[in-house]
Design a protein around this ligand. Structure first.
Ligand SMILES: [Fe+2]
Length: 293
């Protein structure tokens, strides 16, 4: 078996996780021991212990994301500094409360390593240049730093929820530069075929997010890496967004945190999103979370 499935940024969204895992297992026939999770199992959505249990039960190799660290860190004074947006901070308070009632899951999140490596790949939540930190790769300079720090030919990352590939490019003067590909660029280059990795060139692959897409496509996202053929392929799958909205609205989280946040967002509520009616504050906030706003 040379194929590995990489998934990341589940954020407590069990319908999205279940859909992705079913596709990996039944359609792509990739076994659980060839699945890697790049962190942020928790945060934002209400299926906190369910998502942690799913990953633990399948023994999926996992590295820590910033939400996993913030949710399980024993020093609550520091953890809020790691999450800058107010929705993330409110979600963190709720997540910590739930995890306090589930000590095994809390210990599991605490125990996650910051990086894992295979023969030809490495996997880290944020950037190979800042392992264990929270820095984002959002610019070519960030990607160049990451590529210079890489020990393997391909690195898989998550954290931004923005699927994309940075390919190492050596300039005439010997300096390192990168070429950037979003999913539209990859589709233009390869059609529906896997994207071929050139030998001797480093690639930084952001695998996007399972539970909270932020690239204006609400589908869950994950990547399959073929270690023998040296290809990567992105997959997007639909999941039941209505189920997520309903769960957010009716959860303890929805009743407390979301109603507080509602005051801030009341004026902006749209009538519908992707054909799904948005009639309550819970609906609206679920949409915002889905879009990462
Ligand atoms: Fe995340």
């Amino acid at each position: 078996m040379t194929r590995f499935a990489f998934l990341s940024d589940i954020h407590g969204n069990l319908p999205a996780l279940d859909t992705v895992l079913a596709k990996i297992k039944f359609e792509l026939k990739i076994p659980a021991n060839n699945i890697l999770c790049l962190g942020d199992i928790v945060g934002y959505y209400p299926w906190i212990t369910e998502c942690v249990s799913t990953i633990r039960d399948l023994e999926i190799r996992t590295v820590a994301g910033n939400h996993d660290i913030a949710s399980s860190d024993s020093n609550p004074k520091n953890v809020f500094l790691t999450l800058s947006n107010p929705i993330a901070q409110e979600a963190l308070k709720f997540t910590r409360l739930v995890l306090e009632r589930s000590p095994d899951d809390l210990e599991y999140l605490k125990s996650l390593p910051s990086i894992t490596r295979g023969n030809s790949y490495e996997a880290v939540h944020n950037s190979p240049a800042f392992v264990g930190g929270f820095e984002y790769v959002t610019t070519p300079d960030d990607a160049i730093k990451a590529i210079k720090a890489m020990q393997k030919e391909v690195a898989f990352i998550g954290h931004t929820h923005q699927p994309c590939v940075y390919k190492e490019h050596k300039k005439d003067d010997g300096e390192t530069d990168v070429r950037y590909y979003d999913l539209n660029d990859l589709a233009r280059e390869t059609g529906r075929k896997p994207f071929k990795l050139d030998p001797g060139v480093k690639y930084l692959v952001n695998i996007g997010s399972v539970g909270q897409s932020r690239d204006s496509n609400p589908q869950a996202c994950f990547v399959v890496f073929d270690d023998e053929k040296k290809t990567i392929q992105y997959y997007r799958v639909d999941y039941d967004v209505r189920e997520v909205q309903e769960a957010v609205r009716s959860s303890e989280y929805g009743k407390t945190t979301f109603e507080k946040l509602a005051k801030v967002y009341k004026k902006e509520m749209p009538k519908e999103h992707n054909g799904v009616p948005v009639s309550t504050v819970g609906d609206f906030l679920a949409v915002r979370l889905e879009q990462g706003n």
